[in-house]
Design a protein around this ligand. Structure first.
Ligand code: UDP
Length: 430
């Protein structure tokens, strides 16, 4: 199949850990590569945010990233990108020329708008393209949790529901999202589930682990935004000290790329001040951004990885921790309910509950043999369910379903034969 991915703000080539660079970048990069390795031709369209970027970057024989000029050629917060989606669609259609792909897959609601727009233009020229949508995060959920702090454009809720209802198929990443999509009016019959995955060759239990300064270490990884709940983990450090455990250090990973930039990051400053206030600053380390290559050694150094978000559309970090054989303490929200199995691969805690986080950490560091069991089971779960090759196969099924559904509708001989081609190869592209 020929597949176009649209990821307006989240380039697969970007460094991770900044305010707008996290799971979606990883998802688009890894899914695209896994699909390319299954024999599909994949092009990722993302917004040009730096004049130095080349027009096209080939990262694999079957995978190319195309930078489309849409809006100012500099970093723009994602919540300000809506006005440029028309331009992005134009750039995509221009690149397709006479040969549009079989599938255009939008990532995030704004990319969905550009994908639908591009497909509409192509259909109008008699060249059909099926539109698949993955939201990664939903405005309804964000609004519920962030209220007035939500900086999304006011049109988001209406446009997002429109994208969900107009796409030929929506790929949800977890069961929680399926319920939300239903509430938005997306017909259940057009929703597939394909979770996010993890690079099981990079994230493994075997390999170097960083040294610790104390007997035990907890690691939390995420963009430094309030909803990731890093402050709750710092509060848990205080609660742990009150339980008599001062032999645990907390490493918080994410945020600006360098320690000087971290000094200018208001969220980093807020977290640091909180640690000082609570008297735990001597054992809370703000690491800033850590590269992909270094991340496994950081995760392996932990007794447990703590994920304490207020809400979490999916959450790739727990998978990375489990792939490294490390137990996860996770707030029981969103995708974390599916990925972490309570008492088996880690522990669930109620959201926004530092005392519960502290109790869970205390249980895990107090029972190393049990902690090892949790880590081993997590590793096996990830290997069995969350490799990107498996996720790509699930996603391919959603593509196939869209092509098959479209086949009887019109003069879609090409679509029909693409669907048949896939059926006859058991889902593998020729
Ligand atoms: N990440 C990273 N370096 C950092 C911070 C984060 O490589 O300094 C990666 C992390 O390992 C994970 C992704 O960014 O792969 C975050 O994904 P997740 O789904 O957990 O959160 P999101 O950012 O999508 O909310």
């Amino acid at each position: 199949m020929r597949i176009s991915m649209v990821s307006e703000h989240a380039s697969p080539l970007a460094a991770l850990g900044g305010v707008d660079a996290g799971g979606q970048n990883v998802h688009v990069a890894e899914l695209s590569l896994a699909l390319a390795r299954r024999g599909h031709d994949v092009t990722v369209y993302t917004r040009r945010d730096d004049p130095a970027l080349p027009d096209r970057v080939r990262t694999d024989p079957r995978l190319e990233v195309v930078h489309v000029t849409a809006g100012p050629v500099r970093t723009v917060p994602k919540d300000l990108l809506l006005p440029y989606m028309g331009e992005l669609a134009e750039g995509i259609v221009e690149d397709w020329g006479q040969e549009p792909p079989d599938i255009v897959h939008g990532h995030f609601w704004m990319s969905g708008l550009a994908a639908l727009d591009a497909a509409r233009q192509s259909r109008a020229e008699g060249r059909p393209v099926q539109v698949i949508q993955t939201f990664h995060a939903l405005g309804t959920v964000k609004r519920r949790h962030q209220g007035a702090e939500d900086t999304s454009p006011s049109e988001r809720l209406v446009l997002e529901a429109m994208v969900g209802r107009s796409a030929d198929r929506v790929v949800a990443t977890c069961s929680d999202e399926v319920f939300e999509l239903k509430a938005m009016g997306v017909p259940g019959g057009r929703v597939s589930i394909a979770p996010c995955g993890v690079d099981v060759d990079l994230f493994t239990p075997h390999g170097p682990a960083e040294d610790r300064a104390r007997a035990h270490r907890i690691v939390s990884v995420g963009r430094l935004v309030p909803r990731k709940g890093m402050d709750l983990v710092i509060r848990a450090m205080r609660a742990l000290a009150d339980l008599g455990r001062v032999d645990v250090e907390l490493h918080i990973v994410g945020g600006a790329g360098s320690s000087t930039a971290l000094e200018d990051d208001p969220e980093a400053q807020r977290l640091r001040a909180l640690a000082v206030d609570l008297g735990v600053a001597d054992r809370v380390v703000l690491r800033g951004q850590v590269s992909r290559a270094e991340m496994p050694a950081v995760l392996r150094s932990a007794d447990a990885v703590v994920c304490a978000p207020w809400y979490e559309p999916f959450g790739i970090v727990p998978l990375e921790a489990m792939a490294c054989g490390v137990p996860v303490v996770a707030a029981a929200v969103g995708g974390l309910v599916d990925t972490v199995v309570h008492g088996s691969t880690g522990l669930h805690v109620p959201p926004r509950d530092p005392a519960a986080i502290a109790a869970a950490i205390s249980d895990i560091v107090g029972e190393p043999a049990w902690a090892r069991e949790l880590g081993d089971t997590g590793y096996r779960r990830v290997k069995a369910r969350y490799s990107w090759s498996r996720i790509a196969a699930d996603t391919e099924k959603a593509y196939q379903a869209a092509l098959t559904d479209a086949a009887p509708a019109g003069p879609a001989t090409a679509r029909r034969s693409a669907a048949r081609r896939l059926e006859s190869t058991g889902g593998r592209a020729l």
